[in-house]
Design a protein around this ligand. Structure first.
Ligand SMILES: Cc1cc2nc3c(=O)[nH]c(=O)nc-3n(C[C@H](O)[C@H](O)[C@H](O)COP(=O)(O)OP(=O)(O)OC[C@H]3O[C@@H](n4cnc5c(N)ncnc54)[C@H](O)[C@@H]3O)c2cc1C
Length: 484
């Protein structure tokens, strides 16, 4: 069997790999994305705070600081190009005493040095006018108007769909387990599957160190898995906060936040605890207690009875404290994009441009594609029913009557939306893939009403038996058999 050969292979379809694939797709370069999971955004990108940080947090002069500020500036254009929900809601770091105020001033100075625009310290009156529910004990806040919120997995889907539309090949359930280099080409194995590439981007998130070892390279730091747990509140609570609100940071990092999401919920979390396993995304009672307490410090009246779901993500924390984006000194054309912890989401657009520069310097010829398609899909048709205006809804129903059949009542998702998600460039063929693309199952009832309906539609569209439909991976069957 002939092996497919590419100019560039990207290991990992998190936001780092996906955004890099999006940037390269603008050029006449043959690209493959190799992803261990069943879908884009299977790692840290799937579960995080979703904040587009302004850039006052990272130490002056670090790569993190540089790429965070630039990434935050690039985010509005990319999200608008691809129809991804993004809101420049601004962030507030609140302080309660003179010591906090000193810290906020330092953060402001750091931010200014990093190039963050519009930073200022608010007094108590200004703060409470902007956020009426914030603790009455809060006396100051550092306000960053350029900070925003975005849906991390939707951003990763959008850039991946655009990249696939422009010719990138995506391989899922392709867990790279061995790499050979003959001095010219890399062969990347996943069991008995293999592809070849001249250049490789190691964007494997928590597992970048393991990929590096496959070419006998050692990263000059360790990757420590640090878990963060969350609670998501019902849309009824949206008035809790208008901005992303943090407390003054401590030695563990930015601390617990309360923030609106682009979908109209309130997110609370995360804590930061080192875990034994990189795959430990479990939620604990102690963790939820910790974030509940933290949230009440910010908004004492927060209604934690309105939690609709809890989840956790794991950060790939580098012991060096900074992003590490470099061509391997041992293997030419092998680029590590490592230590991409927070603000890796906010920084992703700038990280990807930085990677492209390294690729060019390493010798990859990049000519702009003449027939580049700027939208997510060829026909640009990926608006969801709930996002459409009345005229667009009538048109959608006229074209396909399945847009008139409501599947998820909480989030107003129609059968037409589900069918569209299944047939898009990166097909949503499991219930969770449909959920993250359409929001069916993301609402108050968390799928109690629509889960089986979605499974039925997947089975019908893919012409498989409903018992074959998976929740998220190969081993997660929804239905085991018929009872009657
Ligand atoms: C709790 C928490 C809160 C955060 N909050 C924010 C925030 O508010 N704002 C912000 O900017 N950032 C935030 N971050 C950081 C952000 O989520 C990450 O920096 C970003 O998602 C990293 O993306 P990535 O693509 O590098 O890694 P990942 O998303 O982990 O992607 C790596 C991919 O590589 C795949 N992979 C691994 N091994 C292999 C292999 N052998 N073969 C093939 N594929 C492989 C994985 O399956 C995965 O899909 C947060 C992170 C966490 C965990």
């Amino acid at each position: 069997m002939s092996i497919k050969s590419y100019d560039v292979a990207i290991i990992g379809a998190g936001i780092t790999g996906a955004m890099t694939a999006f940037q390269i797709a603008k050029y006449s370069v043959k690209v493959a994305v190799l992803e261990a999971g069943i879908d884009v955004a299977s790692g840290s990108t799937r579960a995080n705070s979703a904040i587009v940080h302004a850039g006052y947090d990272a130490k002056e002069g670090t790569l993190k600081a540089l790429l965070n500020v630039k990434g935050c500036e690039m985010m509005p254009e990319i999200t608008s190009q691809l129809g991804v929900h993004y809101k420049k809601c601004g962030s507030l770091v609140i302080g309660f005493n003179a010591r906090d105020l000193e810290h906020l001033k330092k953060l402001m100075e750091r931010g200014k040095t990093n190039g963050v625009k519009g930073l200022r310290i608010l007094n108590k009156t200004e703060l409470h006018k902007m956020e009426p529910n914030v603790s009455k004990d809060a006396k100051y806040a550092l306000y960053a108007p350029s900070a925003g919120i975005v849906c991390p997995y939707d951003l990763a889907y959008a850039v991946s769909e655009n990249s696939a539309t422009n010719g990138t090949d995506f391989y899922f359930e392709y867990k790279v387990d061995n790499i050979e280099y003959d001095g010219k080409h890399y062969t990347l194995y996943a069991g008995d599957k293999k592809v070849k590439a001249k250049y490789v981007i190691n964007a494997a998130g928590l597992y970048v160190d393991e990929i590096a070892k496959m070419i006998d390279d050692d990263l000059p730091f360790e990757i420590i898995p640090r878990r963060g747990e969350y609670m998501l509140l019902d849309k009824s609570e949206i008035k809790t906060a208008k901005h992303t609100i943090f407390v003054t940071p401590n030695e563990k990092g930015k601390g617990i936040l309360v923030s609106p999401t682009v979908d109209g919920n309130i997110i609370v979390g995360p804590n930061a605890n080192i875990v034994d396993s990189k795959a430990d995304t479990g939620v604990t009672e102690e963790g939820l207690d910790e974030i509940s307490k933290g949230a009440r410090v910010i908004v004492p009246s927060i209604n934690l009875g309105a939690v609709i779901t809890t989840f956790a993500g794991v950060r790939p924390t580098p012991t060096s404290g900074d992003f590490y984006i470099k061509e391997s000194e041992k293997c030419k054309g092998f680029i590590h994009v490592a230590g991409i912890e927070s603000p890796g989401l906010a920084s992703a657009p700038a990280v990807s441009e930085y990677v492209l520069d390294i690729l060019k310097k390493a010798g990859l010829t990049m000519r702009k594609k003449r027939n580049y398609i700027p939208t997510r899909t060829k026909d640009g048709n990926c608006k969801l029913f709930y996002e459409m205006n009345e005229r667009e809804r009538r048109q959608a129903i006229k074209k396909d009557s399945r847009y008139a059949i409501m599947v998820c009542r909480c989030e107003m998702v129609t059968e037409g939306d589900v069918v569209n998600a299944i047939n898009r460039p990166i097909s949503a063929h499991t219930v969770d893939m449909v959920k993250r693309r359409t929001r069916a199952g993301m609402g108050r009832c968390q799928g109690a009403h629509c889960r089986t309906k979605v499974a039925e539609i997947i089975a019908k569209e893919l012409n498989i038996d409903i018992s074959e439909v998976k929740k998220f991976s190969q081993n997660s069957k929804l239905l085991l058999g018929k009872t009657k």
